[in-house]
Design a binder for this molecule. Structure first.
Ligand SMILES: NC(=O)c1ccc[n+]([C@@H]2O[C@H](COP(=O)([O-])OP(=O)(O)OC[C@H]3O[C@@H](n4cnc5c(N)ncnc54)[C@H](OP(=O)(O)O)[C@@H]3O)[C@@H](O)[C@H]2O)c1
Length: 324
């Protein structure tokens, strides 16, 4: 991995759950970071970033709206690399999918890539998701899902599940743009991200853990494919940025597993909570796999175990007062 101390990079969605963790890692590695937040006046979006070691001299915050091109240009100007994380993350029902999810995800991605191309950025890391890999009901049942697998758009439309559709269309648009305009992009597809929380509010995936501890029996049939530690997701972003040999999509999960496996482990580790007993196979037809994220493992990743992901997540929820 080539050290790039002093290099300027831009992180969109820097105030979010994964964004904060990536920012912390980048500052630790000596980068200067332009991070975008939706509202610069809101201390809940900025205080946890300004408090990081190195932030005083190497962090600049920019107010950015994914649909306002000029606000993106301001943040990307001067950056050698861009990490594009900003995208609405809503797995619950939405009223206006176009406005709430699809437009910011798809048009936002194109705006970020256009700015990167115009401004001569060397490489863009696009944060996609396993939600651009599943739900994929037509994938052969005897083959483990991998980076060749894409979410079934028609299935999403039929079932009205808009988040996977937003991630799938955004990633496809990114690849199309990169090919047409000749921009170097690389993609990370994280599973359900959990672990310690830096921001003051809880994102969608950590809310899943909280709900499980509170007894919720939802199994996220169309959303879950495995868990991954937030620090591993940040590290995966850095690895694919710094390794010029990294190309294409990168599935980023500790293992391919069912939500039932995850819930059973939470119940075993924390019997004091009201964790429901879920069926063993909560993701019908999904083949389990221990080393599914081969591309990242080959780049040097050693994934943190599901047990540690759960322990770090629960401890963080406790320390922030979400559970006692
Ligand atoms: N968490 C997971 O399990 C998971 C798994 C796979 C992929 N991902 C992807 O990882 C990325 C980060 O997710 P996260 O879990 O860290 O969620 P998060 O905490 O909700 O972060 C999303 C970030 O995007 C920003 N954003 C949303 N809409 C925006 C808009 N219209 N203009 C500007 N900024 C906007 C948010 O700003 P505000 O905070 O101001 O709203 C926030 O900083 C997303 O692309 C998500 O799809 C997440």
């Amino acid at each position: 991995m080539g050290k790039r101390e002093g290099e300027v990079v831009c992180v969109t969605g820097g105030s979010g759950y994964i964004g904060s963790c990536l920012l912390h890692l980048l500052l630790h590695h000596g980068y200067t970071v332009h991070a975008t937040v939706k509202n610069l006046e809101d201390e809940k979006e900025t205080n946890h970033l300004r408090a990081m070691e190195g932030a005083e001299s190497r962090l600049r915050l920019f107010q950015m709206d994914l649909l306002q091109y000029d606000s993106i240009v301001a943040a990307v100007t001067g950056a050698a690399g861009v990490f594009h994380l900003a995208s609405p993350c809503i797995v619950d029902k939405v009223h206006d999918p176009e406005r709430e999810l699809l437009d910011p995800a798809i048009k936002g991605t194109i705006n970020v890539l256009t700015a990167a191309k115009e401004l001569g950025v060397r490489r863009v890391v696009v944060t996609s998701s396993i939600s651009a890999i599943i739900p994929s009901p037509n994938w052969p049942a005897d083959v483990v899902k991998n980076e060749d697998c894409w979410t079934d758009e028609e299935y999403c439309k039929r079932k009205g599940i808009w988040y996977p559709l937003s991630k799938t269309l955004a990633e496809k648009a990114a690849w199309e743009f990169a090919e047409e305009k000749g921009l170097d992009i690389v993609v990370v597809n994280p599973g359900t991200v959990m672990g310690p929380v830096i921001p003051p509010s809880l994102n969608a995936s950590m809310q899943m853990l909280l709900r499980l501890l509170q007894g919720c029996t939802e199994v996220y049939e169309d959303f879950f494919m495995g868990s991954v530690h937030v620090k591993d997701v940040a590290l995966a972003h850095l690895l694919v940025y710094e390794n010029t040999s990294a190309t294409g999509r990168h599935l980023c999960v500790e293992a391919i597993s069912h939500y039932g496996d995850f819930a059973a482990k939470v119940a075993e580790l924390y019997p004091e909570y009201n964790v429901p007993k879920l069926p063993k196979d909560t993701q019908p037809g999904l083949r389990r796999s221990k080393d599914a994220s081969k591309k990242l493992i080959d780049l040097g990743m050693e994934f943190i175990s599901m047990e540690q992901i759960i322990k770090d997540g629960v401890e963080s929820l406790r320390s922030k007062g979400y559970i006692s």
